[in-house]
Every structure is written in C-alpha cells, then in structure tokens.
Design a protein around this ligand. Sequence first.
Ligand code: BTN
Length: 258
Amino acid sequence: MTDNLSSASVAHNLETRFIGQRVIYYPRLPSTMEAARQEAKQGAAEGTVVIAGEQTAGRGRLKRAWLSPEGSIALSIILRPGLACLPSLIMVASLAVVHAIEKVTGLKPLVKWPNDVLVDGRKVAGILIESRVRGKIVDFSIIGIGINANLRLADFPALSPFATSLSDELGREVSPLSVIRRLLVEIEGLYRDLPAGESLYEEWRDSLVTLGKKVRVTSGETIDEGIAESVTRGGSLLLRHSDGSLTEVVAGEATLSG
Ligand code: BTN
C-alpha cells in the first residue's frame, strides 16, 4: 500500500502547530538523517520532517545499518529543544511510536530499553536520535524513526527471528500515510508537554518490557549483566548485579536473557 505518500498528503490539514507543517518527501534517499542534518544546518524550522519512500543507506543505532526498503516508514524530524529536554527525547519518540501504532492498528507495542519498539517480543520500529550541542546550546536534534510497516519479514531471513512488521502482525497492509500523520501529532503533543513532564517518564517506564528481566547490556566494549531494576528520569537503566550492587547504564543495547 503506497497511498500516495507525498509532502502535501502528509502535511494536509495536519493537526499540529509545527511538527510536519513543512514536509520534504523523497521517493528514494540514502538516509533521512543526513538530509535532515543538512536542512537543520541551513536553519530549517523546528518541526521540519524529512521522509523517504525508501532508504538505500539507512542507519541504525550503534553504527548498524537499518534496512528500509519500499513499504517501510523512514523519517527524521528536526527539533530545537533546550538542553534539559535532551534526555527526554527518547521517551517522547518511543511513546509517540507506541501511541501511533496502537491508535492506527490496534496492536499493543512495548518498548525495549532504551527505545526499540516491539510487538509480540519482536522489533517493529527503531529510533535514532542525533543532536548537535555547543556548550549549553542545542543547535538541533534529529529524531529518526524507522517502522517496519508493510514488509514481509519472510523475505529477510537474517532479520525475521528478531523483527516483525505491522503487516505481518495484522495479516494485512497498513496505510503508511495514516501511521506517519498520527505519529507527527503524537510527537508534537508529547514534546510540547515536556516542560510539564511528570507523566511522560512514568508512562515510558511502565511501557518498558525490560524491567524485572535478566538482561545483558552491551555499551561499547563493556558488557554488563543483571536484573533491569528500573530507569532514571534521565533515561538510564539501573542494573542490579548478583552481588547486590547497582550500576547505572546510560546507553547501550539490551538483550533480554530471562
Ligand atoms: C535502531 O533501532 O537501530 C534505530 C533505527 C533508526 C532508523 C531510522 S529510519 C529513518 C532514519 N534514517 C536513518 O538512516 N535511520 C533512521
């Protein structure tokens, strides 16, 4: 289902004040992250969105490649948050993806710390956030979101044990346009509420599939194992080790092991 994705169809009567009021759509692009970065450097307004119908060099977290053929959703949003809001962007982005998928499809996604979105224990969406910060000033942040919308994971055997798609879960195709439009509305709502922000942290914490589980967390060269006890308001994972000690892990990749 391609449903005529275009700058106009995404932005038309979108119920937001700034996110998605300017949309730049490319049928094919190496990565929306680079295109959004160029726009941001040239002064693009906050809320500008870059969307690709297909990415040829999509990037994931931890320097991994991100597969986004036609049928998947790939977009990057330019934000200009205050420094204090930066740690909350992962919460904004992952909860917005959860809300959008839930509202458009009825599926019930959960978050794997820090910001993978899972359905039935398999990854359906990934989020990459990159910021340019100078001293205490955030020049810009770019939230990149990839959603496996209409993909047959059987066609990608290397991914299929760990990944799923909305269409595989539903047994029918979804409208990428509807998911994208909902996503932009959800992001704006959560982002605008950030300064008030109590409930965002709590909802994010409660949506984490990771907590209470035995996990192995890889961050750079370091591997940490323990029970994922909680998360901090800054987004770090609190890991309880078998000797009773507690470690705060700021970033990494968590594998659930029990
Ligand atoms: C991850 O889980 O590793 C993050 C994946 C992020 C993928 C998105 S797709 C849109 C944007 N453009 C990219 O090249 N990457 C992000």
